[in-house]
Design a binder for this molecule. Sequence first.
Ligand code: ASP
Length: 325
Amino acid sequence: MNSRRNFLRLSAWGATMASGLYPIGKAFAGSPGKGKMNKPVVISTWNHGIPANAAAWEILSQGGQALDAVEAGVRVPEGDPNVRTVGYGGFPDREGHVTLDACIMDKDSNCGSVAFLEHIKHPISVARKVMEETPHVMLVGEGALQFALAQGFQKEDLLTPESYKDWQQWLKESKYKPVINIENHDTIGMLALDAQGNLAGACTTSGAAYKMHGRVGDSPIIGAGLFVDNEVGAATATGLGEAVIRMVGSHLVVELMRQGNSPEQACKLAVERIIAKQKDVKDLQVGFIALNKQGEYGGYCIQKGFDYAVRDKSGSTLTNAKSKL
Ligand code: ASP
């Protein structure tokens, strides 16, 4: 399972998040150890997971449901214009449109998803409405927008001046072949186990920067970007969506846990499966995180540089995931 060495304790992250500096403190063992339960617990991708986890923890620590926690948690980066890869302020596609993908899944395998959605700041909440208010799992594009407006969501301009400026800069060369920068993948995927022992997950993103108009990644696709099985565990993905979709990555991770693998081992095996099918992984980044029914968690990625945030009774941590390369 997780090595003590891999954990950075972030007891006072709140004050330092604003400055962009993260405190490095003593190591701690975040996973419960064999036979022990660790609940409640929440884990999310990347360092924007730290404030997102804090919002989720407010709910989890008061005995609230994992489903409510993951929705509230990922709304934090969705609404933060400084997080350039999720929600409001996200990088646009090559036509200058901010198009958002999100999905959510609960303990009863109910799920909801939106893709290629424009003008709505909190796509995760629209995804939850799809789950709860429609007979469907997924709504996309104009139909998703119409549904959101009918549900009372506000239509907003999500392209901030910073993102507009960066897009104008990108247009000067307009490289239509996506250049995969291994640090340019910052979806938030969040998994939670509540005090009742139930799992839920959420995943939300503005997708790959300067993608083709209409492109949808793995993040809103149940089984690819997110999967929850309340009997076993949950997993979510970040990185190049096309590579994750090909392997139905998050479902694969959960099935590997079902076979008895720890969360970290399951993520590692899924990463190896992706690598085995790729000709060249030099510029490819994919990262998974996973959480099982006991509250054990882990992550693994192809390239160095992917980290994940955890909040449980012992505090808040940011961990560098182990990597294949
Ligand atoms: N997986 C996302 C996508 O391909 C990107 C990311 O994780 O940042 O849309």
